[in-house]
Design a protein around this ligand. Structure first.
Ligand code: MG
Length: 381
């Protein structure tokens, strides 16, 4: 049986790497690129359409939409919110959500209702709406397959059976500020934070890695994906990024997944799960290359991780507020308007300002997102 794959965000970093994975996979003929969606990058999108010949494509930008309509008269070209839903939910077996922000949230929920498995490369989906998404996935017997390296490592280490897990160990490189003092971190500019030692990623996630907010968001995702209490999710700083994460089992074993830092493996594992198939050539891991080191995260120096645990444990709309306030503040930091401390303060104030909603609906979540963004923007001027 062929697997029909649709990619939301095909011109982004994960989207392009996913297509590379499909190109190199041993059983290439078993995969059909059914649909592709992008925001506006025609320079990358047009060659993808020519190469993969999808049945339908989506583009957010209206000028781009008109150009594609003209250039590919026989292709189903879609735009607007309803178009994104169409591409996400039609004739697909696996939906890779590799867009940033909340644009894919509703299409993802609707795809789950259509019993389409999700390869998840979007942080907001579980951070904002983890309870709603996992409940829907359970009702529809849909798999949510993580594409993030840490969560993929946990899935690989547990073999998909989470009952025997005592603790989850999420590793973090520690980012570019790991060995900096608090004073140095406060003085840091965007370009200092953008020097990530091991992974090359988008700007937003690179800043989140520098503050450890990225790890905090991953803790919240892990809570939902693996149905595990926050007390049993441990973050370990591991600057070499070789152990991608691990599980500690009830009998005391620690099972982890190691390898050179590469997003190809988590992407491919989500595409072929539960099978392992030969794919993109990677060099065998060299055990004699470097020493592996581990240490405890410094929560005083990196308070964002503490705030994420706080928001996660509170549940409801708190993780959504954490995410929205952080995003607004990170962009202000990238513009040079605030320092790292400003990010922390903005998130703190937004969480303090939050009125609890127990079991929020999807609309409550979207409202909380908008309200928090307005609150943070006002706060930061
Ligand atoms: Mg990660």
């Amino acid at each position: 049986m062929k697997k029909r794959v649709t990619i939301l965000g095909s011109t982004g970093s994960i989207g392009t790497q996913a297509l590379e994975v499909i190109d190199k996979i041993e059983n290439r003929e078993d995969f059909v690129v059914e649909g592709l969606a992008c925001n506006s990058n025609l320079e990358k999108f047009i060659p993808q359409i020519k190469k993969y010949n999808p049945k339908r494509v989506y583009i957010s930008d209206f000028e781009g939409y008109k150009k594609l309509k003209y250039e590919f008269p026989k292709l189903e070209v879609l735009t607007s919110n309803s178009g994104l839903i169409e591409v996400a939910t039609k004739d697909t077996d696996l939906l890779l959500t590799a867009t940033t922000g909340i644009v894919a949230l509703k299409p993802t929920l609707l795809a789950i209702e259509k019993k389409i498995d999700i390869a998840l490369a979007n942080k907001e989906t579980l951070v904002m709406a983890g309870d709603v998404v996992m409940q829907k996935a359970k009702e529809n017997n849909v798999k949510i397959l993580p594409v993030d390296s840490e969560h993929s490592a946990i899935l690989q280490s547990s073999n998909g059976d989470f009952h025997f897990i005592k603790n989850i160990i999420i590793t973090a490189s520690g980012g570019p500020f790991l060995n900096k003092t608090h004073e140095e971190i406060i003085k840091a500019k965007a370009q200092d934070a953008l020097k990530h030692p091991n992974w090359s990623m988008g700007k937003k996630i690179t800043i989140d890695s520098a503050t450890l907010m990225n790890k905090g968001l991953e803790v919240i995702e892990a809570h939902h994906l693996f149905n595990i209490d926050y007390e049993n999710i441990k973050v370990v700083i591991h600057p070499e990024s070789i152990l991608h994460s691990a599980v500690e089992t009830v009998d005391g074993s620690v099972i982890g997944q190691l390898g050179n830092p590469s997003m190809h493996i988590p992407i491919q594992f989500a595409l072929t799960y539960p099978k392992r198939i030969k794919g993109v050539e990677t060099n065998s891991f060299n055990f004699f290359d470097k020493n592996l080191t581990f240490k405890k995260p410094d929560l005083e120096k990196f308070p964002c991780l503490k705030l994420a645990y706080f928001a996660g444990k509170k549940g409801g709309i708190y993780p959504c507020v954490l995410n929205a306030a952080n995003e607004v503040a990170v962009y202000k930091f990238l513009e040079g308007k605030i320092n790292i401390d400003g990010i922390v303060k903005t998130v703190e104030k937004a969480l303090e300002n939050t009125t609890e909603i127990k079991e929020p609906s999807f609309d409550d979540i979207l409202n909380a997102d908008i309200e928090t963004r307005n609150f943070a923007k006002k706060l930061l001027g």
